[in-house]
Design a protein. Sequence first.
Length: 298
Amino acid sequence: MSAATPVPSQPNALAGIVLLGWKTRDAALRLLQEHCAFDRPPTDHEAEALWARMRARVNALRGRPLPRVEPCELTDEERAGVERFRAACLAQGHPPVEILKVDPRNLVVYQLEVTIARSREIANRLATRAAWLDEFLSAPHTAVQPSVRHSPNAIDVDVPHGEWGLLFDPARGFLVAEAARQVNVSRLADRWTLWGGYHRAYAAAAYAPPADRTIVAVVTDDATRHVAAAQRTCGLRAAQSDNPPIFADFFDPQLALPVPFKRKRFTLQIRARVVAHDIAAGDAPAHDPAPNGALLRA
């Protein structure tokens, strides 16, 4: 198996691409052996040898200058769409947002995999620039009618893909929704970084008409504040390193490895528990105890 190996066609596989050399050894082996649908899973030796070759190519890039990220001018049609998006955000209680139109290929990346099949599906249903703009700037917190299984303090919700979560909206309460439907860019280690919307960015860069291979994205300040500790992946560390990957690397056959990702279904598992905290002397309890020891009911 090598970077030039054709991706096998299997019913349970989706065409994808990965910047394997920026992953750690363990993360690379886990992806190749557990999350890819090769005809024969690679052995530890084969997977490590492939990772080592890709890693050597990444190390050879040290010192390369990062491309300048130059904002592009919005068209009149895009400007009108941006104003509609801002108005929708304000109507939902969100503050005004900064918008950046940019060539995604110049952005630093921290997500090291793209499911190309998903990007193709996106591109195939977008026939106009207006449709692309709506895809970039869909209204935040789009909810669905989910399939739900529940018991006390435990809820399982089937969701379309892995970028869904349990969110709280001040106006509408708890929502099971996409964490950020809009494409996001952020300043990370003083670099413009693609924060959210990798599949849409790949669709634009690979399949949009040549004159339209830009994205329109919401600028997210200090995006790392919204990342749980468990999600601080090797990709995020690579993006903050002195040798970060950029989106254009997904299109470099020396750096990007085509792989067949296993098809997956996604379940949002929500678990809750009540935790008792000691009350320090002088602190008021969160709720006054019931008189005479009576049981309080919600």
